[in-house]
Design a protein around this ligand. Structure first.
Ligand code: SF4
Length: 216
């Protein structure tokens, strides 16, 4: 991010193909999933953002009769999905993403690299009428919160915990007890409190390189 609340590049993540065991015509399932993702992309666009909807990128290519277009793995593999994800500011997860191996990889990557994460359109800031440099409010995890507009969504990048070996936000039992206490306070008061300094920090592998990559 460039330091301003601004239109975000948002990667729309969710299943395209049928889930294992899902009944129905594979092409119809693919099209239904793509339509859903496309609808979310339009909603994000209306809010002023730049959605990237990989589902629609090659959807019509499957109708091409040439053999290069018969293999889903080939098409998706050649699209360098992680490369697209790496230039996005945020990931938007659609329902059922946990059932898709590709989506799970994308979410893991996004979390590891500190992308903002949304799963409902009403969590995404409306940037159509934002005036840079002022305080603003937006809906965060279902609660309207105030924030300095140049710091929206920056907490993951700034917080030491996201670069720390002791941080397991999805596994509270393994997670650092200090981080758990901070999280409990955040939940209690709907705060976002990044850790700037900590005497117990231990750098996780690759953390420095990640920050050099993202310019922080
Ligand atoms: S040791 Fe410090 S930096 Fe690491 S997870 Fe705990 S609170 Fe965060």
């Amino acid at each position: 991010m460039n330091g301003m609340l601004r239109p975000l590049r948002i990667y729309v993540c969710g299943p395209l193909s049928a889930k294992p065991g899902e009944e129905g015509d594979p092409a119809e399932i693919r099209e239904a999933n793509a339509r859903l993702a496309d609808q979310v992309g339009r909603d994000l666009f209306i809010l002023g953002h730049f959605p990237f909807v990989p589902h629609t990128l090659a959807l019509w290519w499957f109708l091409d009769e040439r053999p290069e277009f018969h293999s889903y793995d080939l098409i998706v593999g050649r699209h360098d999905i992680m490369g697209w994800l790496s230039v996005c500011d945020a990931i938007f997860t659609l329902g059922g993403w946990e059932d898709s191996k590709g989506s799970r990889m994308e979410v893991a990557w996004a979390r590891e690299h500190g992308l903002m994460e949304f799963s409902h359109v009403d969590e995404v800031p409306d940037v159509r009428h934002i005036q840079p440099g002022v305080f603003t409010k937006y809906l965060h995890h279902g609660k309207t919160v105030w924030v300095r507009s140049d710091l929206v969504g920056k907490h993951r990048t700034a917080c030491l915990c996201h670069s720390c070996k002791k941080f397991f936000p999805d596994d509270r039992a393994r997670n650092c007890s200090i981080a758990n206490d901070i999280f409990a306070n955040c939940v209690k008061y709907n705060l976002v409190t990044p850790v700037w300094e900590c005497p117990y920090f231990e750098e996780r592998d690759g953390a420095s390189e990640d920050h050099m990559d993202d310019g922080t």
